[in-house]
Ligand binder design. Sequence first.
Ligand code: CP
Length: 318
Amino acid sequence: MSDNRSLVSIAGLSREKILYLMDMAHEFESHPNRKILDGRIVATLFFEPSTRTRLSFETAANRLGARVIGFTDPKVTSSTKGETLKDTIMMVSNYSDVIVMRHYLEGAALYASELTPVPIVNAGDGAHQHPSQTLLDLYTILQTQHTLENLQIYLVGDLKYGRTVHSLIMAMRHFNPTFHFIAPKELAMPAEYKQYCEANGISFVEHEDFNEDIIAGADILYMTRVQRERFSDLMEYERVKDVYLLNASMLSKAKPNMRILHPLPRVNEISQDVDATPYAYYFQQALNGLYAREAIICDVLGITLEDIRADKSYLSFR
Ligand code: CP
């Protein structure tokens, strides 16, 4: 996090800070309704579509007593008249205490955080980073595996453009994972992230096959969508869009502790028959987004774990 407490990238978070935010999220899982943001205003600026990220940030703000302003579509803002991102951020800084922003340009959140003392939370910047997703992913991994250490984590699908998998690799560097990258050549993990693994002592194995024998080794099977919106060549998208489809019959050799995560939305990569298996965990994962985002909003506003543990306002919601 930068000096003004913005959350723009997962790369800057220490192991201690990640575990601290996990503890904070756990407090919110126990008691999500509180009044600790009474009088605060949270702005949500979504220059790209979203369901979970925006709604869980807004739910987090509402459950903590803040009010929410913002937009879900830049077409209804003055950016259509030519207003720059800089000017938009300067304006919204006048009206809010924290700005949650999703933008299609890589680096947009960092740029915004350098313009304003109001903390910026990166809700996704192009194919670059999605740090709040990563914190909820880590919380979900911890919840299901009871540890973050020494896990076999299988990343499947669009590893080229998938910002969630890029952020997850960076966050897991503290916890000695072994990653398995499962992707067709066209969507393979970019060289920069493999170099990042090598530089940080992270083991990884690459696969193109995706079958029950491969899945048998996983603690976490992290499925991803092939993202049509990231392709400049739609013919290439058509070639790779249905490359991996997970169905229930492929789980016959899965370890009992294995859980399937997906940042969602899914399109055609997890069959509906997987939903009823004990391995499916993506809907609980999305719920954990609420607790992780309550923690993030509090943290960027300078509200500590100690403050939250001392807070008893949840008693008035009973
Ligand atoms: N996981 C995720 O970012 O979902 P949305 O695009 O719906 O926010």
